[in-house]
Design a protein around this ligand. Structure first.
Ligand code: DWN
Ligand code: SAH
Length: 423
C-alpha cells in the first residue's frame, strides 16, 4: 500500500549510509523466482517487500535484503534466451562490442550474470577471450554447452582477484539486469576496480526507474531488484568508488532500460547526453517524494481495477489464463491476492518452470501448448515486456475471439492491431 512519506529511521542507504524514506510497502512476499514443486508447497520463505528512496544520494532501493543464496542458486529458473527480442538484443550488443571495445590485440571481456551465455556465445564464437561469472549452476551449464567459458560463483572482490590472476586485466566488464540485483554493490565495484584495465569500461544495463514510475511498472519491484537505478543515483554511486559515468543510453528492453558506461575518473571523455539525461530527470522529479507517492497510489488503483475485472469475468463465466510466469508476476499475484480462483493456470515456455507452482499463490505453470487447448476467453499478459513478440506468436488466439488483458500502465483490454500500450 502507498505508505506516503514515512520515515524508517532504522533503514540506512546501502550506498551512502543516509536514511531511506519508504514510499511503498507490498507487505510479506515470497521469493519472486521461488517456483515450487508439489512437495515444496507451503515450505516457502517470505520477507517484507518495501521500497524507499535515499534522502541523500536518491538511490531507490528495497528496505529489506533477501540473502543472495536464497535468490541465486543451482536451480535458478530464469533463462535469458527465453525471448527472441532478448536474443537479438544481446547478439547485437556482442557484435558492437567485438567491433569496438574488443578490437584491440588479445582483448578480454568479463560478464557478471552471464546466465545461459546469451551474450558471450558470440564472443566465444569469435575466438575472443572471455569469462562469464554466474552462481546459477544450471544456467551456467547451458552456457558452457555453447562453448562459453564460465565460472560458477558470485562476482565480488575475491572472485575478481582470482580472474585477474588467471587472465590479466579486462578491457570490458559487462553486466545486464544483474548489477542492480546485488545489495552489496560496493563489493562489485571494488571487484571491478581490481579487474578492470586502466582505460577499461564497466558497461551495465538495468531497467530504468524513470520508465517504472512513468508507466506504473510496479511489478518490476521484487526481491532480486534491490536497486532501481536512475542516471543521477548511478553517477553518485560511481563517484564514491573512483569511477565516472561517461555514457548513458536508453534501451527499449524490459519496458525501458538504460545502458550505463563507467570508466576510471579522467580516463575517458563524458558524452554530452549524460548531462541531458540528468537535466531530464531533474525536470521530471523522478525521485521526488511527491512523484513516488503518486506512483504508489497508481499501484493501488491497478490492484483495485485488476481484481475487479477478473472477478467480473469470473462472474460472467469467462475463462482467463495467465501468459508468461515472470518473476514480475509474483509481485502482481501476491500483492493483488490473485489465486487459482481467478487464474487457474499460467502458460510458460521455460521448461524449468513447467510443472511447478507460482510462489505464494501456487498457480500451476503449464507448457505453451495448453494455451491453445482450448483457447481461453482472456489471457492476462504477465510478460508484457515481450508483448509484440507474443502478440505476433498468438494471432490465432485473437482470431479465435480471445482478448489480451494488460495491467500496465493501467488495466485495459489490448485492441488488436494497436501498438502494445506498454511499448
Ligand atoms: O531482471 C530480470 C530479468 C532479466 O529476467 C531477472 N531479475 C529475472 C527475469 O525477470 P522476468 O522473469 O520478469 O523476465 P521476463 O523476460 O519478463 O520473463 C518472461 C517469461 O515469459 C519467461 O518465463 C518466459 C516466458 N515467455 C513465454 O512463456 N512465452 C516469454 C516469451 C517471449 C514467450 O513467448
Ligand atoms: N544477464 C542476464 C541474466 C539476468 S538474471 C539477462 O540480462 O538476461 C540475473 C543473473 O545474475 C542470474 O543468472 C543470477 O544467477 C546472476 N547473479 C546474481 N548475483 C550475481 C553475482 N554477484 N555475480 C554474478 N552473477 C550474479
Amino acid at each position: 500500500m502507498a505508505t506516503g512519506p514515512t520515515h524508517e529511521p532504522d533503514c540506512r542507504c546501502r550506498i551512502c549510509g543516509s536514511s531511506v524514506r519508504e514510499f511503498f510497502d507490498f507487505g510479506m512476499q515470497p521469493v519472486a523466482n521461488g517456483f515450487v514443486s508439489e512437495e515444496q508447497l507451503g515450505q516457502e520463505s517470505f520477507f517484507r517487500l518495501s521500497v524507499g528512496v535515499c534522502t541523500n544520494c536518491t538511490m531507490v532501493q528495497l528496505t529489506q535484503e533477501v540473502p543472495r543464496s536464497t535468490l541465486f542458486h543451482a536451480d535458478y529458473p530464469y533463462r535469458s534466451s527465453g525471448s527472441a527480442i532478448m536474443r537479438e538484443h544481446f547478439e547485437s550488443f556482442a557484435h558492437s562490442l567485438l567491433h569496438e571495445e574488443l578490437s584491440g590485440p588479445d582483448p578480454l571481456v568479463v560478464e557478471i550474470g552471464s546466465n545461459d551465455g546469451i551474450m558471450l556465445k558470440k564472443v566465444s564464437d569469435a575466438g575472443v577471450r572471455h569469462v562469464g561469472v554466474d552462481p546459477s549452476a544450471a544456467a551456467a551449464k547451458v552456457a558452457a554447452a555453447k562453448g562459453v567459458n564460465v565460472r560458477v560463483e558470485f562476482f565480488e572482490e575475491s572472485s575478481a582477484a582470482a580472474i585477474r590472476d588467471e587472465y590479466g586485466p579486462a578491457d570490458v566488464i559487462f553486466s545486464a539486469n544483474t548489477f542492480s540485483h546485488i545489495a552489496d554493490i560496493g563489493s562489485v565495484l571494488n571487484g571491478v576496480d581490481i579487474l578492470l584495465a586502466g582505460d577499461g569500461t564497466f558497461v551495465f544495463e538495468d531497467r530504468y526507474l524513470g520508465d517504472i514510475v512513468a508507466k506504473n511498472y510496479f511489478d518490476q519491484i521484487y526481491d532480486e531488484h534491490f536497486y532501481l537505478f536512475s542516471v543521477a543515483s548511478v553517477r553518485t554511486m560511481a563517484a564514491r568508488h573512483g569511477f565516472e559515468l561517461v555514457d548513458a543510453t536508453r534501451l527499449p528492453v524490459h519496458g525501458g532500460s538504460v545502458r550505463y558506461v563507467l570508466a576510471r575518473a579522467g580516463s575517458r571523455p563524458t558524452h554530452p547526453r549524460v548531462e541531458l539525461f540528468l537535466r531530464d530527470e531533474d525536470g521530471n522529479g523522478i525521485t521526488a517524494m511527491e512523484t513516488l507517492t503518486r506512483f504508489g497510489e497508481n499501484i493501488d488503483r491497478i490492484r483495485h481495477d485488476l481484481v475487479t475485472l477478473l472477478r467480473d469475468l469470473r462472474a460472467r463465466g469467462k475463462h482467463v489464463v495467465g501468459y508468461g510466469a515472470t518473476s514480475k508476476s509474483t509481485t502482481v499475484l501476491n500483492y493483488c491476492g490473485i489465486g487459482t480462483e481467478l487464474i487457474p493456470r499460467i502458460c510458460d515456455s521455460t521448461p524449468e518452470k513447467q510443472g511447478t507452482f507460482t510462489p505464494g499463490v501456487h498457480i500451476p505453470v503449464t507448457p505453451p501448448e495448453t494455451f491453445h487447448d482450448p483457447f481461453p476467453d482472456y489471457a492476462l499478459l504477465f510478460a508484457w515486456n515481450h508483448a509484440e513478440e507474443i502478440f505476433e506468436k498468438e494471432t490465432e488466439f485473437v482470431r479465435n475471439g480471445g482478448e489480451w488483458i494488460l495491467y500496465v500502465p493501467r488495466v485495459h483490454i489490448h485492441r488488436p492491431g494497436s501498438l502494445p500500450v506498454v511499448a
